[in-house]
Structure formats: structure tokens, C-alpha cells
Design a protein around this ligand. Structure first.
Ligand SMILES: [Zn+2]
Length: 458
């Protein structure tokens, strides 16, 4: 590692106006105590855990670090079965949602909120590790054992295997095979021996091995790569590895909600026609009520200023609570959030600040806003070179907003069923005053919509 260059880049980063020096020092400390494998792909959660700082502090400094040539950013796609990295990209523009896992031989659509992980590494001019990134297998896969073997070396492990079907693979060379354990168990003093060779390319010399239950010695000789290894796991993989069984990771969806991402990498969007699915995202729409009358009574210039002021108030609240504004449509705003709670907190803050803004204004100059909220699946797309969402969730959120009147928030049953949302609603002084069944244009079947308003004095 070129520590002089590292220190130089870090001191540059610290000098930036508005730099979070506590977070930068935390990253520096982490780097000093980390091992090589951790640095192949740096997980901001690990740095946060090490320093006691939140992602809000850590991630922006990594992003500024990328622009300063200190770090490289990676978008890694993980297989939903085995969790291995199936593809990685350095720019969102190169990312593809259509993925194939060579270990599972399985096609899948990458989910931006679950299977796309963002990591960092020191830039190559500071440290060129030349190690293919891989990731730990989760406990859910019942890992038996693993080992790593350098080129031209032989290593072995001794373990006991019970009857079953296992897969052995190397996450670095992507070589793989099946290990079948069947038949009469061996005697306690017996040791069955298996020899496997890592060849160049993606092959072990054996694709299927059958042994009897009992004690085995598995030996790997690496003839083909700088590093090879063997992981042995159960063959019956889960369809969709639960996220809580995987170490926490910064998802692509989380990253695009950081204001610093938008500021620094807002031009990094998906390529045209590319789309990445998102299992769940919260979307809000806001609109000014009576804006036509406002424009007529005040004239375009003055009314436009009021609209701009209201945008500023909303954008500030949206960013303050971890959301990102996707676009404005006339006087309306569309924004997205990772959770319903964040969305509600942003709406609450914005509406309170708009009330304050209106306090000393003539009635004709008061800005009144209505809001709609819904949560569901969507696809992330590139629309006019900006990230945008597409799908039924978005349409429904827009329709729900239309049901609101001034100072009201309408939301769907999907949002209402979220306990955390409900307790935040109460805590922030909202009153749910109506539950209705609505026909929403373009959406099949009657939809339950709740309406709420902020209690006076909130
Ligand atoms: Zn896989």
C-alpha cells in the first residue's frame, strides 16, 4: 500500500469545506486496523460498527473519497440463492438487472434493494490487491468447512460428513462440483480421502464425488490460480436468502437516497431501457391545492416564487429524513424513501414548516399542500437521464394523492399495515379521520385509502 499517497488523499479530503473530519478519521482508523480481505471490498457498515458512527456520517465521506481519487466504488450483484457475487460494475450506467449465477447456474432479476450491494476499495494507485472479490457464505447455507490454497500448494481439512448431498465450490475461480455422501457409514478409525485439483479456468478435476458417511480428509491442490479454495455447503439452497441472515450491506436503493450521491453522481443513471426491480419502496406525491387561482390572483412571477419556496421547504425535509426527490411535475413533487416512517417524518416536517411560512401571509399567498403515500414494488429506470421509478406503485401513489384535500395526507392499506408507520403517525400528532374504499383510475378493484391530518399545535 502506498501510505504516503493514502495520507495525502485523506488530508485533502479533510480540507474539503464541510468535511466530516470525525467520519474521515474513523475511515482512516478502520483502514489501519483492517486486513487485506476486508479491504478488497469495504463494507461501510463495518466501518460504522468499528467507529460507532452511522451510515449517514460514513457514506458521504466514501463518496467524496471516490471523487478525490481515494476510493473506487463498486456495485456488486449477489445471487439470491448462494449470496456469491455474480457481477460487479463501477458505474450504475453499466449495471444490468438481468443476472446469472455461474455457481448455481441460475438466472435471476437483481433486486436493487436486496441483491445490489455497494462497496468501496482503495483506488488502484494506492493499493492494487488484485484479488477477485467474493463474499462469506451465510449461515443459512449450513457451511461445512472452507479453505484457501495458494498457487502450487496443497491444503487439507478433516471433518465428519453425514448422509446428504453437498456442493463444493470456489467463490474465486467459480469452479464447482457435487459431493454425495451415502451408503454404510465408515468405522470411527477409518478416514476416507478425497483429492481435488484446481485446474486453470473454471474447473476442478472432479465434478462429482461419492463417499460414505463418516470422517473424511479433503485435499485441494491448486494448479491453476493465484488463489483457489473450497467451500462445502448443503446442496439444497433457499429460493430467496432472507436478508436478516446476511451481514448488513449498503444496498443500491439506500445509496441513491443519499443527497451526496445525487450531488456527486447524479449523472450516473442506468443505461436506457435497462430496468432494475425493487421489492419495496415508499413513494410520496405532493401537490399545491388551488394553484390555478393562486397564479390568477398573484400573477405568474409571484406565484412561481411561492411554488419555489414550497419546493425548498419540501426538498429540505425530504433530504433531512433520508428521502430523495425524484422529480417535480408542475407544482407537484414525487419523492421516494426507504421506509414509510422516513416518508411520514419528512411530510410532517414539511407541512409544519409550510404552516410557519404561511403564518404572516395574506390568505391569497398561503400555500396549501396535499400529500399521498404508497409503498410497493417498482422498477428503477432511466427517464430523460435521471433515475425514475416505473410501475403500479407509482400510479397508485399519484391517484391516492388526488384524494387528499389541503393539509391532508392520504395513504394506502400497505402503508397503514406498517406498525412503525402507525406509531410515528401518533407520535407526530396525526389523526386518521377517514377510511374509504375507492376506485382509482387504472387500478383494478376497490382500494382502501386512509386520510389523516395534523392536529392543531403539532
Ligand atoms: Zn448462486
Amino acid at each position: 500500500m502506498d501510505t504516503n499517497l493514502l495520507n495525502h488523499k485523506i488530508s485533502k479530503l479533510r480540507q474539503r469545506l464541510g468535511a466530516n473530519v470525525v467520519a474521515i478519521d474513523a475511515i482512516k482508523n478502520w483502514l489501519a486496523t483492517s486486513d487485506t480481505f476486508q479491504r478488497v471490498r469495504i463494507n461501510p457498515y463495518q466501518v460504522g460498527e468499528h467507529s460507532g458512527l452511522g451510515l449517514d456520517a460514513i457514506v458521504p465521506e466514501f463518496l467524496y473519497g471516490v471523487t478525490a481519487g481515494l476510493f473506487d466504488m463498486h456495485w456488486d450483484i449477489h445471487c439470491p440463492h448462494c449470496n456469491m457475487i455474480t457481477a460487479e460494475f463501477n458505474n450504475l450506467a453499466d449495471t444490468s438487472g438481468d443476472c446469472f449465477c455461474k455457481i448455481c447456474e441460475f438466472n435471476f432479476d437483481a433486486d436493487f434493494s436486496e441483491r445490489v450491494k455497494v462497496t468501496f476499495s482503495l483506488s488502484k494507485e494506492i493499493e492494487d490487491l488484485n484479488i477477485i472479490p467474493n463474499c462469506d457464505y451465510p449461515a443459512e447455507l449450513n457451511p461445512k468447512f472452507n479453505m484457501l490454497v495458494n498457487f502450487n500448494q496443497t491444503e487439507f481439512v478433516v471433518d465428519t460428513l453425514t448422509t446428504g448431498r453437498y456442493r463444493y465450490f470456489c467463490p474465486i475461480t467459480l469452479s464447482k462440483g457435487i459431493l454425495v455422501v451415502e451408503g454404510e457409514p465408515t468405522k470411527p478409525e477409518e478416514l476416507e480421502s478425497i483429492q481435488i485439483k484446481q485446474l486453470s479456468g473454471r474447473d476442478f478435476d472432479k465434478k462429482e464425488i461419492v463417499v460414505r458417511p463418516g470422517k473424511i480428509k479433503l485435499e485441494l491442490t491448486n494448479l491453476g490460480h493465484a488463489i483457489s479454495g473450497i467451500y462445502v455447503i448443503d446442496d439444497n439452497l433457499l429460493d430467496n436468502l432472507p436478508l436478516d441472515k446476511i451481514p448488513p450491506r449498503l444496498s443500491g436503493l439506500q445509496l441513491i437516497h443519499f443527497p451526496a450521491y445525487k450531488r456527486l453522481f447524479g449523472n450516473q443513471v442506468l443505461s436506457e431501457r435497462e430496468q432494475i426491480k425493487i421489492r419495496a419502496v415508499t413513494v410520496i406525491f405532493t401537490d399545491i391545492t388551488g394553484s390555478t387561482r393562486m397564479y390568477e390572483q398573484l400573477g405568474d412571477a409571484k406565484a412561481y416564487n411561492l411554488v419555489r419556496d414550497h419546493f425548498d421547504i419540501f426538498f429540505k425535509a425530504i433530504n433531512h429524513h433520508g428521502g430523495t426527490e425524484i422529480k417535480t411535475i408542475g407544482d407537484a413533487i414525487m419523492a421516494s424513501f426507504i421506509t414509510n416512517k422516513q416518508a411520514l417524518e419528512a411530510v410532517t416536517e414539511a407541512l409544519i414548516n409550510i404552516k410557519e411560512y404561511n403564518r404572516h401571509r395574506e390568505d391569497t399567498e398561503k400555500v396549501k399542500v396535499k400529500v399521498g403515500m404508497h409503498r410497493g414494488s417498482a422498477v428503477l429506470v432511466n427517464l430523460n437521464n435521471r433515475l425514475d421509478y416505473f410501475g403500479r406503485t407509482i400510479n397508485k401513489a399519484a391517484r391516492i394523492q388526488n384524494l387528499s384535500k389541503s393539509d391532508q395526507l392520504s395513504f394506502s392499506e400497505d402503508v397503514y399495515n406498517d406498525e412503525e408507520f402507525l406509531s410515528t403517525l401518533k407520535y407526530n400528532g396525526w389523526l386518521v379521520f377517514q377510511k374509504t374504499y375507492e376506485d382509482l383510475k387504472g387500478i383494478e378493484g376497490q382500494q382502501v385509502v386512509y386520510k389523516a391530518k395534523l392536529l392543531e399545535g403539532s
